[in-house]
Ligand binder design. Structure first.
Ligand code: AKG
Ligand code: FE2
Length: 287
């Protein structure tokens, strides 16, 4: 009887990503190494790396259809938050724009609502993709976020809604546009508008006052993969116009392995559904 060796599962990225344009399968040699260098330079020079058509057009439809199938189960999240998503410098005057709270309304699937066998979850879990993100961000170590709610999210912005200006709570999030708005819904940001020590207050003030002249925006078709430093770059999405919702997958990474987010923050973001899950768990542990 012939013995067959178990075949290693091919990485889902080789199926979904346009490897001719974006050869992420080998970042150490040839075209892959050249491409990586370009991405790193773009991060260093501009603070972003925008990869249009990252997902193969012939595969994108499946990815989008899958999100559209899951989204009816998603919660409508209504979150009031300031741009820092929390702590404000107490020395700021009461009318400072940095104290302002913005309303964020989105239909949002949390990680635990996205099954493990979906293409999007498999793509997020792809070692090849995580390694690519790590190398572009030039981190010694980079792990997918281990939080059961935050790790991977699918966010639909309905017509007339926008994603309020904010800094992410993790440094390097990646966004993959699955379905573009008919118009509007532009991802807009101030690359590296702050460091751990300081913030470009002039640029931030301008954006908060509605002046987008210093902000960066791209025309991004569905399938575009964008890397930036969301924890250090004030960003948001302009108002979605037309009839079609704008859908993005948000992939979260952290330099620390096993990073989870506090229950308080998760309840604040994800609301009653997550509050119920956590309360039921606490009860089980007591009982
Ligand atoms: O939808 C996008 O392109 C960005 C979303 C975002 O900034 C976030 O979820 O933190
Ligand atoms: Fe963000």
């Amino acid at each position: 009887m012939a013995l067959t060796q178990p075949q290693a599962q091919p990485d889902i990225a080789t199926y979904l990503v346009d490897m001719e344009r974006y050869p992420i399968y080998d970042l150490d040699r040839g075209v892959g190494a050249d491409f990586l260098k370009e991405c790193q330079q773009s991060m260093q020079t501009h603070g972003w790396c925008n990869l249009d058509g990252f997902i193969r057009l012939d595969r994108l439809a499946d990815l989008t259809a899958e999100s559209n199938t899951l989204l009816p189960q998603a919660e409508v999240l209504t979150i009031k938050r300031n741009i820092y998503q929390g702590a404000i410098d107490p020395s700021l005057p009461a009318d400072d724009p940095r104290r302002r709270e913005f309303m964020h309304v989105a239909v949002q699937l949390a990680d635990d609502q996205i099954p493990g066998d979906t293409l999007i979850k498999r793509l997020y879990h792809s070692q090849m993709l995580t390694e690519f993100v790590r190398r572009v961000q030039q981190k010694q170590q980079l792990y997918r976020c281990a939080d059961e709610f935050q790790a991977l999210n699918v966010v639909a912005l309905q017509p007339d809604s926008w994603h309020a200006w904010h800094y992410d709570t993790t440094e390097c999030t990646v966004t993959l546009l699955l379905q573009a708005a008919e118009s509007g819904g532009e991802f807009t940001f101030l690359p590296n508008s702050r460091t751990d020590e300081a913030e470009d207050r002039e640029a931030v003030d301008r954006l908060l006052a509605g002046d987008m002249s210093q902000a960066k925006t791209f025309s991004r078709g569905a399938g575009t993969f964008t890397l930036f430093r969301g924890g250090y770059s004030l960003h948001g999405v302009t108002k979605v116009e037309g009839k079609r919702p704008r859908i993005t997958a948000i992939m979260t990474y952290d330099e620390q392995e096993g990073r989870v987010i506090s229950d308080d923050i998760n309840v604040r973001i994800y609301g009653k559904r997550v509050a119920r899950i956590l309360a039921a768990r606490a009860e089980n542990q007591e009982g």
